[in-house]
Ligand binder design. Structure first.
Ligand code: ADP
Ligand code: MG
Length: 293
């Protein structure tokens, strides 16, 4: 998944615990194989390869996640757009490459999740334009975390902490106490901005400090504003807290793009989700539900 996956859980039988851990990692890898845009045998790869050519029938799991991604696109006024990858692939953070003006202009029109055509009868997906690409990097890890926690529960685990990159979910408590989650200071490596107690809920953090490079004073990072094809620059970090990891993941990316005002307005009308934003001047902002506590 291009990130580190971690699980912590309690079990009183060591042999059994090892089996559970293997089942956990096998399940995470299964999702990676299905949803990675880089693995040539993945369903997602096949959808992208056939952009502008033909629809591709896929399994229910990926179909539903794409359907949900489109729904979130609608809810966020297009801030969440899995077709960002039509431009996103032109960035290479390790090699410090960002698209030049010309290729940006050429590809920008291909960012439009409304151009993804779903056919429920065939359970198929068509990217209507040649060159269009989708990438589920803003939602698949959250989905994988929910899925893995559910798996742990069916295996009898009642206390666990699961994380994939910036997406974490707490199952039950850590002994007698809630799990304690730290939010990274976006500009001071290894330092925490804030700590939060967590129990049976998920938290996702999107930041501009994980995958980035700075060129001519501009920070290029992996969260792309679909309207411009460039890295979103209003805030440094967004954390979303709520029941479902798949939602906290997608919403943290969305609010990062929307910025403080629109982002808080969005979260304040979703009773099940809360937001904590660190803006570009390092100021903290909280959604109404967090202010009330
Ligand atoms: P991570 O946990 O990988 O840091 P985030 O939740 O912060 O992920 O989301 C960043 C990822 O989301 C990017 O690496 C990319 O794959 C994807 N992404 C970037 N911009 C958008 C966007 N506007 N809409 C949907 N997904 C996006
Ligand atoms: Mg996210």
């Amino acid at each position: 998944m291009g990130t580190s996956v971690k699980v912590t859980f309690w079990h009183n039988d060591e042999v059994q615990a090892k089996k559970i851990a293997s089942a956990f990692f096998a399940e995470m890898e299964r999702i990676n194989q299905l949803m990675s845009p880089y693995i040539e045998s993945s369903e997602l790869y096949s959808i992208n390869k056939n952009a502008g050519i033909k629809e591709v029938s896929i399994g229910e799991e990926l179909y539903q996640l794409i359907e949900l991604s489109i729904e979130i696109g609608n809810q966020t006024n297009g801030a969440f757009d899995i077709t960002f990858a039509s431009v996103g692939f032109l960035y290479n953070y390790r090699e410090r490459i960002n698209p030049n003006q010309e290729s940006l202009l050429n590809n920008q029109a291909l960012i439009d999740y409304r151009q993804i055509k779903l056919n429920p009868q065939k359970q198929s997906v068509l990217l209507t334009q040649e060159g269009m690409k989708i990438d589920l990097g803003g939602i698949a890890k959250g989905y994988a975390v929910d899925n893995a926690v559910a798996l742990l529960q069916t295996l009898g685990v009642t206390s666990a902490l699961v994380s994939a990159g910036g997406d974490t979910k707490a199952l039950g408590k850590h002994g007698q106490r809630p799990w304690l989650l730290a939010i990274q200071d976006p500009r001071k490596k290894g330092k925490h901005a804030i700590q939060l107690p967590m129990e049976d809920e998920a938290i996702s953090t999107s930041g501009d400090y994980e995958r980035y490079f700075i060129k001519e004073g501009i920070r290029h990072h992996h969260i792309i504003d679909p309207k411009t094809g460039r890295s979103a620059s209003e805030v440094q970090s967004v954390s979303i807290i709520g029941a479902k990891s798949v939602m906290t993941d997608a919403l943290s990316t969305s609010v990062f793009v929307l910025g403080v005002k629109e982002g808080l307005a969005l979260i304040n009308q979703m009773p099940a989700y809360e937001a904590l934003i660190i803006d570009k001047d390092r100021k903290l902002h909280f959604s109404n539900g967090l202010l009330a506590n």
